[in-house]
Design a protein around this ligand. Structure first.
Ligand SMILES: *[C@@H]1O[C@H](CO)[C@@H](O)[C@H](O)[C@H]1NC(C)=O
Ligand SMILES: *[C@@H]1O[C@H](CO)[C@@H](O)[C@H](O)[C@H]1NC(C)=O
Length: 845
């Protein structure tokens, strides 16, 4: 500053040297001084005394002074030298403003004599003022879309200096967009700003320019003003997304409200023009709009609805970003959201076809059902495994993907399980896995695979003899585990185990309930036991059956009165016996022999002396029936004695009979011992004779049989073509051994000895020819004890019976022809011969 000041002073003195004494005389002779403004106080303007014509001595005498009516005393007269000096700073701009020339009149007064002088002082301009702007800053707001060429007036600068020192030009600082234009208006220079190039707020929002005003002084002085141009925003930018494509993925079970992705668009504009809002693009479907929500302001895309991978696994849509300018500008982006699968669907079991019921005899591998499994999930979550409980007789065969066949894996028995509830379990491979259970019911239909089974393998029935026909003997029953027709049982009698016994004429079975009824009353004495097969048969197709044996045992009832064999009462009701009067005590008078057709207790016979002429003389042995003397017979005893002997069995009720024995005591009779012996030898002879004849008879029979056999054989061999069956059947009868049916049995137990000629099998028991030998009887007794017979031969025997000593004897021969077939003629024949021979033997006796 000091330096500048110094320069100013230097300039000033230069100026003073040049112009200081510029003395002008005006036309009217007035004195005019010209001085620059702003002279220093004390600077000499001119020697006024000299110029007015005063001498040096006059100056003080005349008392020169400056008359001033105004307060300001710019000048002073130095009375010593007579010089006019600057008393006060003179500012031309203050005194004259823009008036040129700037004249300052002063009056100088001189006394002695008083004289008034007019002096003009011209104040010359000095460039002491810089151009100035009214304000240092000018603010302009220009929209960015204003076209180039637009003009904006600026403030003009003022410079109080005049002439060349006044304002000369303007200049503008360097910039890209604006030019300066200066126009002249009433001689004044007015600057204006001209837009040269388009503005871009986004490039430069504020421009700061310096406008400089320059004057014409030397040196020049300048003034500046700042122009601040704010570029006003125009919505000339659309929002731009950061990415044109956004991709996101989210699990399908995401809860609504969860953020998926965030899109962001930027708008370079400012204010509303730069505020962005987000919207769905117009093509977005309603489904998408329901599932996702876009935050208008933040661009956050969030889940709104219930996502379902199975419905749609990918959502693609556009998003618009719009600013709030006018008009609204918009930008686009596309969004792809993948819905990832979550194992949220349990597998489903579908029974495509089901066969129920299935028959129980279905072979292993029979297809029962077709099953398929579904799972709406994808990937592993959608893979399904179906299993069946391992303990059931079914298994699953995997056929195509997710298709299964349920087949039988084992033999199925309805009687064990009539119904199966098969539990299927489907599990997917997701994590965690989901599963579904399903039960299918399969019923098993019955097949007739079980025969009826009797509750017992064999039944034993005890029947009292003489039971009335039609009484129920027993009941058999069988069970069949099958159902319905397959379990409907009907009972029947198959027949006897031995073909000879016509069991169907003896018993009858109720086919519905298996009750067995008798058709006859049974006689123990004729048949003691028989057996037959019963069959239980179901109604299935084919039907099944099983057999059981029923053994019927006839229980003996005491229905037979003891029969007196000896003494025979055939001749009358009384038996006559003789004994010597010389008989001693213990003399065997006679022996009563009785038989009881019953058996067991019912046949235990006891003898009792019921009445006697002289009960002191005779006694009867309880068991043997021997009648003996209790004492020696005396002369006084009556010659004729009568005994009534009661014979009882041991049955319940007791059956009894009596026999009356008349005893004639004879005087002339010898001791009976020798007689007895003789009789015994006689009987031995008779017996040996009998045995001889018997052997002879058997030999003859054998011969005859053989002969007949050969004759028949030849006959059959000849007539083979005519009737081949005759030989074959004979063979099938097992007739090879004709002696099979002829057995001779000698029993010696009990008081009675007997010989039985037995048939070969059990049935033949009843056909036995029995020979009872009474050891103590005087006769050899041959008894043929037979069951009832219808044989004609019986009549013959009856005739024979009449000729025998005692009428109690029965000769019976089984009618065999009804049982034996015609092919057993030989057998019959043989029997006839035997019967005949026996008759001969009896006659011979
Ligand atoms: C079987 O049926 C007959 C005739 O209806 C009846 O008499 C009998 O008592 C029945 N038997 C059983 C064991 O019910
Ligand atoms: C039952 O007996 C009959 C006749 O003897 C026979 O044919 C059948 O095979 C027997 N059935 C069974 C199951 O034993």
């Amino acid at each position: 500053m000091d330096q500048k000041r110094m320069m100013d002073v230097f300039h000033f003195y230069q100026w003073r040297i040049l112009c200081f004494t510029l003395l002008l005389y005006t036309v009217d002779g007035q004195i005019r001084y010209t001085i620059p403004e702003e002279l220093k106080e004390g600077s000499v303007v001119g020697n006024i005394a000299k110029d007015l014509g005063f001498g040096l001595s006059d100056i003080s005498d005349r008392r020169l002074r400056i008359a001033s009516d105004t307060g300001k005393q710019y000048f002073h007269i130095d009375l010593g030298r007579g010089e006019l000096t600057v008393h006060e700073r003179i500012d031309r701009e203050t005194l004259c403003s823009q008036t040129v020339p700037c004249l300052l009149p002063i009056e100088v007064i001189a006394e002695n004599p008083l004289q008034l002088y007019r002096i003009e002082i011209e104040i010359q301009d000095v460039n002491d003022n810089s151009p100035t702007f009214q304000s240092h800053e000018r603010i302009l707001n220009i929209p960015e879309n204003v076209n180039p060429g637009a003009k904006f007036p600026l403030d003009k600068a003022e410079d109080p200096d005049v002439a060349s020192n006044s304002l000369r030009s303007y200049s503008l600082s360097n910039n890209d967009n604006f030019k300066l234009n200066v126009k002249n208006q009433d001689g004044k220079k007015i600057p204006e700003l001209v837009l040269d190039k388009y503005l871009d707020r986004e490039k430069q929002a504020v421009h700061k320019l310096i406008l400089t005003a320059v004057d014409g002084g030397n040196p020049v002085k300048t003034g500046t003003s700042e122009i601040v141009i704010t570029v006003l925003d125009i919505n000339d930018n659309s929002p731009q997304f950061e990415k044109s494509f956004y991709e996101g993925s989210i699990d399908e079970n995401t809860t609504p409200g969860t953020e998926v992705i965030r899109v962001k668009a930027i708008d370079l504009d400012e204010g509303l023009n730069g505020e962005v809002e987000y919207f769905y693009g117009e093509q977005s479907t309603d489904a998408t709009r329901e599932l996702f929500d876009i935050n208008l302001e933040t661009g956050v895309i969030s889940v709104k609805g219930q996502l379902d991978h199975e419905k749609s696994n990918l959502h693609t849509f556009d998003i618009l970003a719009k600013d709030k300018g006018s008009p609204r500008m918009e930008g686009h982006c596309s969004v792809k959201i993948k819905i990832t699968d979550v194992n949220d669907n349990a597998p489903e079991i579908v029974i495509t076809s089901l066969t129920s019921p299935i028959p129980e005899n279905s072979p292993v591998g029979t297809v029962v059902a077709l099953i398929s499994a579904k799972d709406a999930d994808s990937g592993e979550n959608g893979k399904v495994k179906v299993e069946v409980a391992s303990n059931s007789p079914f298994k699953l065969n995997h056929s195509l993907s997710n298709h299964y066949m349920l087949v039988t894996n084992a033999h199925i028995d309805r009687e064990v399980h009539s119904q199966y509830d098969i539990q299927l379990n489907a599990v997917d491979l997701g994590s965690p896995p989901l599963s579904t259970k399903k039960t299918i019911s399969i019923s098993i239909s019955d097949t007739n695979d079980n025969p009826p089974v009797f509750t017992q393998k064999s039944y034993v029935v005890y029947v009292k003899e003489n039971c009335p026909p039609g009484s129920m003997l027993s009941s058999v029953s069988a069970q069949d585990p099958d159902v319905e027709k397959n379990a409907q049982i009907s009972y029947s009698i198959l027949g006897s185990t031995s073909q000879e016994f016509p069991v169907s004429s003896y018993v009858y079975i109720n086919s519905d309930n298996g009750s067995i009824f008798s058709m006859h009353s049974f006689d123990y004495e004729k048949i003691k036991v028989f057996q037959f097969l019963v069959q239980a048969k179901d109604q299935g197709t084919p039907s099944l059956s099983s057999n059981a044996t029923v053994h019927v045992f006839i229980l003996d009832q005491n229905d037979n009165v003891p029969a007196v064999i000896y003494p025979s009462l055939a001749m009358g009701s009384v038996s006559h016996q003789r004994m010597p009067r010389s008989a001693k005590m213990g003399h065997l008078v006679t022996k009563v022999t009785a038989v009881d057709a019953d058996s067991g207790h019912n046949a235990w016979i006891s003898y009792r002396l019921a009445e006697a002429t002289d009960s002191s003389l005779f006694a009867v042995n309880l068991y043997t029936g021997e009648v003996r003397t209790k004492r020696s017979v005396s002369e006084q005893d009556d010659a004729s004695q009568r005994l009534l002997i009661e014979i009882k069995d041991n049955g319940e009720p007791v059956q009894s009979t009596t026999v009356t024995v008349d005893i004639l005591i004879e005087d002339g009779l010898h001791e009976p011992i020798s007689d007895f012996r003789q009789k015994a030898t006689e009987r031995d002879k008779k017996n040996s004779k009998l045995t001889f004849y018997l052997i002879l008879a058997l030999a003859s029979v054998s011969m005859l049989s053989l002969l007949t056999f050969f004759i028949l054989l030849i006959k059959c061999a000849r007539g083979t073509r005519g009737s081949p069956s005759c030989c074959l059947r004979r063979n099938s009868d097992g007739y090879k051994n004709p002696n099979r049916n002829l057995q001779i049995q000698l029993n010696t137990d009990g008081p009675i000895k007997y010989v039985e000629v037995l048939g070969g099998d059990m049935m033949s028991q009843s056909q036995s020819f029995g020979s009872y030998l009474s050891p103590m009887s005087e006769f050899s007794d041959l008894t043929l004890v037979k069951p009832s017979s219808t044989l004609d031969f019986k009549d013959t025997l009856r005739g024979l019976d009449a000729s025998l000593p005692d009428s109690a004897w029965t000769f019976e021969c089984q009618q065999v022809s009804t049982i034996f077939s015609k092919h057993r003629t030989v057998h019959i024949f043989t029997q006839y011969v035997v019967c005949g021979l026996l008759t001969v033997v009896a006659t011979f006796k």
